[in-house]
Design a protein around this ligand. Structure first.
Ligand code: NAD
Length: 340
C-alpha cells in the first residue's frame, strides 16, 4: 500500500538490525525478504475465526507479510484458543502479533477478511447457505462502519458471489475496495489438474475458471494457454478430457467436504496470496468476484489486484459457448439474490 515509512533516516542507519524485525515507537517495520521493499505496521483483521479464518491466519503468519493479525469471532472461547495456538507459530514468522479484536478495531485494518458464517454441510449446495450468511455478513458490514478509506474488504463467506453483492450494497464502498475470493480457488484447482496431466507447473499454466464460485462455474478454455500455445491445441487434451477436468474442478469442494467436513487449506492459501498482492501492490491477475455492470451481480472475471483492491477487471475474450456459460452464471446468482 502507499504508506510512508516513519523516521526513514533512522531506518537507514539501522538497516541491518531492521532487516529481520523491529519494534520502534510501537511501529513495526518489516522488510520483505523477497523484494527488499519496506512498509509500516500492517494489520489484517479476520472476522470469523473458524476453520477458514484460523487457517488463513496461519497462512499469513507463515508468509510473514503482516505485522499484526487480528481475529474476531462471536465464539470468544474458540477465538482465544485459536490465538493461543497461532501465537506458538510467531517465533517462525516476521509477523509480530496475533491478537483478539473487536469489530471496531477492524475498521482501521489494511485488509478486513470476512469468513464468518455457517459452513457448507455434506451434499448441501452453497446456495442453500444464503439466508443465514446474508444476515451475518450484512450485520458485520453495518457494524464495521465507517470502514477506512484505504481498507480493502475481502469476502470469503459462501455463497461468495451473493455475499459480495450484499456486502457491497450494505457498505456503499467503491467497487474496487470490496471483492470476493470468487473462482480464485477453482482456478488453482483447474491448474492443479492440468499440471498433473501435462507435467508442467501450475504457475506456467494460464487458465481461468470464471463466473460463479459454484455449480455454474466454467473454465475459459478458449483463452487458456501454456507458453503461447492454446490448451485446446494440445494433443493430450481433447474435448472429453477438458470436460472431465472442468467437472473434477467443480466437484472438488464436495469431495473434500464429504471426506473431512470442510475445506480450508486451499482457500486460506488463496486469501493469503491475495493479501500479499494487496500489501505489496503487486498488480497480479486473479479471478475474483466483483460487481459486473453488464449483469448487475458480482461474479468472477480476471482482475488486477493491488493496493487499491480489485483495481481493474480484464475483459477476457470468450467464445460463444463460454459467453452463454457466463450469462447462465449471472442468471443463477441473480435468482439467488432475488429470493434471499
Ligand atoms: P466455521 O463454522 O468453522 O467458522 C465460522 C465461524 O464464524 C465460527 O467460528 C462462528 O462462530 C463465526 N461467526 C458466525 N457468526 C459470526 C459473527 N456475526 N461475527 C463473527 N464471527 C461469527 O466455518 P468455516 O469452515 O471457517 O467456513 C466459513 C465460511 O467460509 C463458510 O461460509 C464457508 O462456506 C466459506 N468458505 C468459502 C470458501 C471460498 O472459496 N469462498 C472456501 C471454503 C469455505
Amino acid at each position: 500500500m502507499t504508506k510512508k515509512i516513519r523516521d526513514f533516516p533512522l531506518w537507514i542507519n539501522h538497516k541491518k538490525r531492521y532487516e529481520k524485525k523491529l519494534e520502534f515507537f510501537s511501529v513495526t517495520l518489516l522488510t520483505s525478504s523477497k523484494k527488499g521493499r519496506t512498509m509500516r505496521h500492517t494489520k489484517v483483521a479476520i472476522i470469523g475465526a473458524g476453520a477458514v479464518g484460523s487457517t488463513t491466519a496461519y497462512a499469513l503468519i507463515l508468509k510473514g507479510i503482516a505485522a499484526e493479525i487480528m481475529l474476531i469471532d462471536i465464539d470468544e472461547k474458540r477465538c482465544t484458543g485459536e490465538i493461543l495456538d497461532l501465537s506458538d507459530a510467531l517465533p517462525f514468522s516476521e509477523s509480530s502479533k496475533v491478537l483478539k479484536g473487536t469489530i471496531a478495531d477492524a475498521r482501521t485494518a489494511d485488509i478486513i477478511i470476512i469468513c464468518a458464517g455457517v459452513a457448507q454441510k455434506p451434499d448441501q449446495s452453497r446456495l442453500d447457505l444464503t439466508k443465514t450468511n446474508k444476515k451475518i455478513v450484512t450485520s458485520i458490514i453495518k457494524d464495521l462502519q465507517p470502514i477506512g478509506k484505504n481498507t480493502i474488504v475481502m469476502i470469503v463467506t459462501n455463497p461468495v458471489d451473493v455475499m459480495t453483492f450484499f456486502a457491497l450494497k450494505e457498505s456503499g464502498l467503491p467497487e474496487n475496495q470490496l471483492f470476493g475470493t470468487g473462482t480464485f480457488l477453482d482456478t488453482q484447482r483447474v491448474r492443479g489438474l492440468l499440471s498433473k496431466k501435462l507435467n508442467i507447473a501450475e504457475q506456467s499454466i494460464h487458465a481461468y475458471v470464471l463466473g460463479e464460485h459454484g455449480d455454474s462455474q466454467f473454465p475459459a478454455w478458449s483463452s487458456a494457454e501454456i507458453a503461447g500455445t492454446p490448451i485446446t491445441d494440445l494433443e493430450k487434451l481433447d474435448k472429453k478430457q477438458l470436460d472431465k477436468i472442468a467437472q473434477e474442478t467443480k466437484n472438488k469442494a464436495y469431495e473434500i467436504i464429504k471426506c473431512k467436513g470442510a475445506t480450508y487449506f486451499g482457500i486460506a492459501a488463496c486469501v493469503s496470496a491475495l493479501c500479499e498482492n494487496i500489501l505489496f501492490d503487486q498488480k497480479r491477475i486473479a479471478p475474483v468476484s466483483t460487481f459486473n455492470k453488464d449483469f448487475g451481480v458480482c461474479l468472477s472475471m480476471p482482475a488486477v489486484i493491488g493496493a487499491n483492491g480489485a483495481e481493474k477487471i480484464i475483459k477476457t475474450s470468450l467464445n460463444q459457448e463460454e459467453t452463454k456459460q457466463l450469462e447462465l452464471s449471472a442468471k443463477k446468482i441473480k435468482e439467488t439474490i432475488e429470493i434471499t
